[in-house]
Design a protein. Structure first.
Length: 557
């Protein structure tokens, strides 16, 4: 091999999404991890693609894809790139099902005759094929209740996010957008002849040093091209690096990308656009003010949020409790409003309590689908713009619940929770509101226990003979407590007297406030469930100020 030749067994080329899909069958080998993208990654991908489409960018670079040729099977194994390819194929499936006149065209990009162009690993392939690659099933996946399988639940959440992001587009605009994505979303595709070479490429790209981020490029531009004195540049660089260490590289980079939105209320169409970033900085006081004042204040506000350690006098305990709760939710669009409030507000304790109570209440309203998903983004953006004014939580403000929303919130709390995620989320929230309760870490060994089991069990069937009634009452808040996973397995469908011994007699297992509240309840019946449920709903409504009432105490009866 001469010096100018590429080593054999390795090739690289730039392909757009269509050419990548039509080139050869792609398969995720069994040794790869499952689908892991959350709502945040899916939403960011769609929003980045939409911004590129809006500015009619010649191309939008997605990143590297590492493939291994499998000559025997006539396909490529995906060593790196599964998450992006699986998500983008789901976007095609959504458009295919929504625009019947274009269904055949888009289905051809998903399946070649009866063969999927992208096959996930064996454990997920049939689920993905049934709901994504077969026509007219995508919407069903978006509305599936929890499957009990993490990767499949994440696919369902991704489908819901895709619908949420794209539902606002007309069919014509949606078709044009997807055509742009297929044509202009671009990958650097690296092919290797064997898995060892592919693994080496992947490790080199991900482990050898750290690529320059958009934040690094912005830092270089602001420090070197803004006419700062050496002393100013040194001071700004030191503060920048201090914040990056305190927040961590990823959180700090996210803050930098968010700063134009925080300062002006308008996001950059292209997050890495240095000229557009500089323009926003100049609009809001210039580089010196940004580097030496604004960025440090917002960085310190983010630090306090991530640590749940804000200093707001008498309001500190209540505000930090609500921040700890917010940090555990999947919905994180509350952060910009919280950042603006902490960075720009004078810090009046009573106003702080009202602001963070309203912010938490509104965020839970989004989690529980009380707030219309078509207005959430605008309401959160408006909350950020109104953050320094009391109007934000007063009647008509961004975070104020309109009367239909209040009624829907109460109605949602009063009905049975159908998914494990929502049951757990609400029970953890009740625990945080109880006297003697606390905010339990999201990854605690804590599971939701149905005191009255939803399924058949002889002891319970005698006392609750109607199967429909058991289903309804089993999933009410008043029938639920929090125990460890091991306790939950042991409790199973046992009679209540035996369950009580497990709840309160398991050595080393914590007894949380929500569980302690039933310690003296000797018989479990409809009356107990209803009264306990009513107290829990009143407790949440009072803590969120959904109804004007004194907070009741959840007591044993």
């Amino acid at each position: 091999m001469s010096y100018g030749e590429t080593p054999p067994g390795l090739a690289s080329q730039i392909l757009n999404f269509v050419k990548l899909l039509l080139r050869a069958a792609l398969r995720v080998p069994r040794y790869q991890r499952p689908y892991t993208w959350t709502e945040l990654e899916v939403r960011k991908l769609i929003q980045d693609l939409w911004r590129a489409y809006q500015r009619n960018a010649t191309y939008y670079f997605i990143g590297q894809i590492v493939l291994v040729r499998n000559e025997r099977r006539g396909e490529y194994e995906i060593s790196d790139g599964q998450q992006r390819l699986a998500t983008m194929t789901m976007i095609i499936a959504y458009v295919r099902d929504r625009i019947p006149s274009r269904a055949q065209h888009y289905q051809h990009l998903i399946m070649e005759n009866d063969v999927p162009r992208l096959a996930l690993r064996a454990a997920d392939a049939s689920f993905y094929r049934g709901y994504v690659q077969e026509p007219n099933q995508f919407g069903k996946m978006a509305r599936l209740e929890e499957t009990g399988n993490d990767s499949r639940d994440l696919m369902c959440a991704a489908a819901d996010t895709i619908e949420d992001e794209l539902a606002r587009l007309s069919n014509d605009e949606l078709d044009k957008f997807l055509s742009y994505v297929l044509r202009c979303a671009t990958f650097n595709v690296m092919d290797a002849d064997e898995r060892g070479a592919a693994a080496s490429i992947y490790n080199a790209m991900n482990d050898t040093g750290q690529d320059l981020s958009a934040a690094d490029n912005i830092k270089c531009d602001l420090l070197e091209n803004s006419g700062l004195s050496d002393a100013e540049a040194d001071a700004a660089a030191a503060k920048w690096e201090e914040l990056e260490i305190i927040l961590g590289r990823d959180e700090f980079a996210a803050l930098i990308n968010m700063m134009p939105f925080l300062l002006t209320g308008a996001s950059l169409l292209s997050p890495g656009d240095l000229g557009a970033f500089r323009s926003k900085v100049d609009e809001t006081g210039g580089v010196r003010a940004f580097l030496l004042d604004k960025l440090p204040r917002y960085g310190e506000a983010l630090r306090d949020i991530l640590r749940a350690d804000v200093k707001l006098g008498d309001a500190s305990d209540d505000v930090n409790r609500r921040i700890r709760i917010l940090l555990q939710l999947g919905e994180q669009r509350w952060r910009p409003a919280a950042l603006v409030y902490l960075a720009e507000h004078s810090g009046d304790p009573e106003q702080a309590k009202k602001f963070f109570r309203a912010l938490e209440r509104f965020t839970f309203g989004c989690e529980l689908a009380v707030i219309d998903n078509t207005v959430r983004e605008d309401r959160f953006s408006l909350a950020m713009q109104q953050a320094c004014s009391e109007s934000v939580y007063q009647e008509g403000g961004a975070l104020d619940l309109e009367e239909p929303e209040r009624l829907a919130f109460i109605e949602r709390l009063n009905r049975s929770s159908k998914t494990d995620r929502q049951r757990r989320m609400l029970l953890l929230r009740v625990e945080a509101a109880l006297p003697g309760g606390k905010v339990l870490p999201r990854r605690s060994d804590v599971t939701v226990e149905h005191v009255l089991p939803a399924g058949n069990a002889p002891w319970w069937n005698e006392r609750f003979p109607s199967g429909r009634m058991r289903q309804d009452y089993a999933n009410l808040l008043g029938n639920l407590i929090l125990i460890t996973r091991r306790q939950n397995v042991k409790a199973d469908n046992k009679p209540y007297p035996e369950k009580r011994k497990i709840y309160f007699g398991t050595q080393g297992a914590p007894v949380h406030a929500i569980t302690r509240s039933i310690e003296r309840v000797e018989d479990w019946n409809i009356d107990v469930i209803e009264r306990r449920h009513e107290r829990m709903v009143h407790l949440l409504c009072a803590d969120w100020d959904i109804v004007r009432a004194e907070s009741p105490t959840l007591m044993s009866r």
